[in-house]
Design a protein around this ligand. Structure first.
Ligand SMILES: [Zn+2]
Length: 134
């Protein structure tokens, strides 16, 4: 399995992670094609906890974002957020989130590192992140 994302989409997430004192979060819209999750758009959602250690997406914005994806004929292929105090690996809390939202979880850190994960049979598995050329 792999996540394919455009460089500028990835950069916009990393840039936001670097300039925010709190974790940033949002959705990756796109299409699943076999083992590839192709990201066609990024949608930031407010972290209502406004915390450097955890995030929770603002529910109304979440609903709006999902509606927007559907109108564009896309689906939610992933959720992204940033880690400011620890490496880009899912926390215990993230694991709980992954059970509720079984999509790709992209985590970036303030140093520009990024990793993607899926939950497979209840276990966290890292997947490859590739850059889309077009
Ligand atoms: Zn996290």
């Amino acid at each position: 399995m792999q996540l394919m994302i455009r460089q500028n989409d990835l950069n916009s997430i990393i840039k936001a992670a670097k300039r925010n004192g709190a974790e940033i979060c949002g959705f990756l819209f796109g299409m699943r094609e076999g083992h590839t999750f192709r990201v066609g758009g990024v949608r930031f959602v407010t972290n209502r906890l406004d915390s450097p250690r955890e995030f929770e997406m603002e529910p109304l914005e979440m609903a709006e974002a999902i509606g927007e994806a559907e109108r564009r004929g896309l689906e939610v292929v992933g959720i992204f957020h940033s880690h400011l105090k620890c490496p880009p690996r899912p926390s215990e809390r993230d694991l709980e989130g992954m059970e509720v939202w079984p999509v790709v979880w992209l985590i970036v850190d303030g140093k520009g590192r990024y990793r993607a994960y899926v939950l497979k049979n209840g276990k966290i598995e890292e997947i490859k992140v590739g850059i889309r050329k077009f």
